[in-house]
Design a protein around this ligand. Structure first.
Ligand code: PLP
Length: 410
């Protein structure tokens, strides 16, 4: 008799799993998704656990997608991305950094995540290492593990005036197996942001050792400190490798439409690389998604060309959200946190508590606020929790009141 699909037989299931590549079988479940699954349906919960705001994608972006579909753009399209979109991305970079960019540097991908996956696969495989400062968004390490390469964590450390990373530690972690340094600045989840000096040190080292840098600067617009120079006409950005690198430096920039333009559900991003890599990148796109749907690319063009007022609104919302949560936690006795320089998360804990995962569960159960457990971001994140402050002000104020009430009764 055939076995019904629903029947569970642990021996058969185990045999099926055992026949898979260990790298795939052992890919870790995201600790963020774990807690979301635990409490997704909880009534009245304020969800601050994932990295997105509450504003839907603006109409003018949706409308561009709609028009494209109505015009019949439903066929296979350019693997590297529509030429108009690649040019719009180049123009956007020019406006951000005040230097000219050739559109040949930019390849459209089916999300920032896919850009990361491609970047990692370009440079590392079994036996290689990628060095990653942690706490870090977990997908970078997981993407590294899937290729068979090993990721090497370099811990950032908490201090009351901000999270810190020792660049000496970072460089010292590179061995002769290291193929790349993965630097996410501003950092999800800590908000740590590299100074231009930090970036220069990493770049000098990478040049001297022939290493690649995978630069994830997707939160560059969400930067809360004053800074002089380095910026183009679009206003303040976090310090960037684009301010110091040459065109043929071994840097793979991964980027996304998700955060700036409230397009997390669309799944579109880009990678930028030395132009010599164009054909190779095109092949990796071809053998994964074979390109991003044309209607999404039309939407992305609209986002870049008309989206600046919306980006400014998003940044202001995050700035206000940051103030709300910093003010609220200042009133919570024992709260351990530092103002983040960039991105839109507060990575915080409680003095004398080493288990942020248990705290996050307790907060879900007792305060009805959803936070991501710090262990999801690497070992050094274990005592902390991540709170996303990009959401609407009413929800943030409610979460702040609930957290204060929960702590008062604890
Ligand atoms: C640091 C970082 N890089 C990349 C991404 C990927 O963004 P997406 O796949 O939504 O484009 C995220 C998403 O949260 C992120 O936080």
């Amino acid at each position: 008799m055939t076995r019904p699909f629903s029947a569970l037989d642990s021996n058969i299931d185990q045999a099926l799993l055992n026949s898979l590549r260990p790298e795939a079988r052992n890919a870790p479940t995201s600790g963020i998704i774990d807690i979301v699954n635990y409490a997704r349906e909880k009534e009245g919960l304020v969800p601050l656990w994932v990295g997105e705001g509450s504003l839907p994608t603006p109409d003018f972006i949706c409308e561009a997608a709609h028009q494209s579909l109505k015009a019949g753009e439903t066929f296979y399209t350019w693997q590297r991305g529509l030429p108009e979109l690649r040019q719009a991305i180049a123009d956007y970079h020019q406006a951000l950094y005040g230097r000219t960019f050739d559109s040949e540097h930019f390849i459209v991908t089916g999300s920032g995540m896919q850009a990361i996956q491609i970047a990692v696969r370009l440079v590392a495989g079994a036996g290689d290492e990628i060095v990653i400062p942690t706490p870090a968004w977990p997908n970078m390490a997981a993407a590294t593990g899937l290729t068979g390469a090993r990721f090497v964590e370099v811990p950032q450390y908490f201090s009351h005036d901000g999270w810190k990373l020792s660049i000496d530690d970072l460089l010292a972690a590179c061995t002769d197996k290291t193929k790349a340094i993965f630097l996410n600045s501003p950092c999800n989840p800590t908000g740590w942001t590299a100074s231009l000096d930090d970036l220069q040190q990493v770049l000098d080292f990478a040049r001297a050792r022939g290493l690649w840098i995978i630069a994830d600067e997707i939160y560059t617009r969400f930067f809360y400190e004053e800074r002089q120079g380095g910026n183009g006409e679009l206003g303040p950005t976090a310090p960037s490798f684009y301010e110091i690198c040459k065109e043929d430096d071994r840097i793979l920039f991964v980027n996304s439409f998700s955060k700036n333009w409230a397009m997390t559900g669309w799944r579109i991003g880009w990678i930028s690389a030395p132009t010599a890599l164009g054909d190779v990148l095109e092949n990796l796109v071809q053998y994964s998604t074979s390109g991003v749907a044309a209607f999404m690319q039309r939407a992305a063009i609209a986002a870049l060309k008309e989206g600046e007022p919306f980006v400014a609104e998003q940044v202001e919302r995050a700035r206000a959200g940051r103030k709300t949560v910093l003010d609220a936690l200042a009133k919570v006795p024992g709260a351990k946190f530092a103002p983040p320089s960039g991105a839109f998360y507060l990575f915080w804990g409680l003095e004398k508590h080493e288990d942020g995962g248990a705290l996050a569960r307790e907060i879900v159960d007792q305060a009805n606020v959803g936070l991501a457990p710090g262990f999801a971001f690497g070992q050094s994140g274990t005592p902390f929790m991540r709170l996303c402050f990009a959401t609407n002000p009413e929800n943030l104020a409610l979460a702040a009141t609930r957290l204060q009430g929960w702590m008062a009764q604890r």
